[in-house]
Design a protein around this ligand. Sequence first.
Ligand code: OSB
Ligand code: MG
Length: 369
Amino acid sequence: MPFKKIILHRLNMRMIFPFTTSFGTMQDKEFFIVEAVDTEGNRGFGESVSFPIPWYTEETVKSNKDIMEDFLIPILRENPINHPDEVFPLFGRLRGNNMAKAAIEGAVWDLYAKRQGVSLAKALGGEKTQIDVGISIGIQPTITELLEKIEGFLDQGYKRIKLKIKPGHDVEMLRQVRAAFPDTKIMADANSAYTLRDIDLLKQLDDLDLMMIEQPLQHHDIIDHAKLQKEIQTPICLDESIHSLYDAQKAIELGSCKIINIKVGRVGGLSESVKIHDYCEAHGIPVWCGGMLEAGVGRAHNVAITTLSNFVMPGDTAGSSRYWEKDIIKPEVVVKNGSIQVPTGPGIGYEIDEEALEEFRFEKVEYDM
Ligand code: OSB
Ligand code: MG
């Protein structure tokens, strides 16, 4: 692919609500839009999903910039490629930094699909024309506010409710939610807040008919999760523990989970996501697409990957208006009756809103290729 330039746009966007998980509260989203430009003027876009603070993985917005500038962009400059599947193996010489890798690789994928004149979904092998989505709700100050929020999102059509939990804000809260919504698809996400010492508490979740519990134990663990899964009925879904196809294979072999949350940034990009998806499909493990409170570009990538056949459970890809007063793509991602219509135009299928991009941008660096 004849790259001419890579441009890093650094943005700051304020979400319309604070989002609280077991690891902290966030409202300001800082990230990079990576723009890959070819010699014919086609433009592909990717988005970095790390946070300013390394509390979900070790990466940060700043570390992403160093890694992209010092290593990833030079690798792309020095190694001609024909297909985006070649990007992740080239980056494979460097350990970790999956979110930085995915941001660049995502821009290359979008550019590739646009050059082919096909949608990103189609380029990835996806066939769904619409995708089902749920909503992830942060920890709320009171149960009354939580119940109101759930009611509102169910009215908007979201197909399942994911609730963040942490010690002291778990079984009792979930019991009250279950009592108020006896037939709703509910799941809980602990973001690694428990240990095996909490096994008696985690067993109590079995009475609540949850779809799954996401990442109850340590963020790198697959051993204790396997022990826990043998003791509880509720299916375990791994998020933080899965950084690669290798991790997914070992977790499935060990019985550490029955479901996997695929986040494109966490696993180093779309090519690795497809591999994990295919492996899970062959081994009877359903997957769904997680979220990192993305703006429009990252959201569009999530929509595209979710069109693959084994994304059989509603993901966390909510509509743009759930997060932003104004998003950076046109049109915004819209959820209707709990589904998103997959765009059919070339690449991500959404246009960049140039005015919004400029409004939220506070740094722009161009790299000649
Ligand atoms: O664990 O899935 C998670 C947000 C930030 C960090 C981690 C997670 C989340 C979410 C939000 O659950 C999903 C979204 O709405 O994008
Ligand atoms: Mg999670």
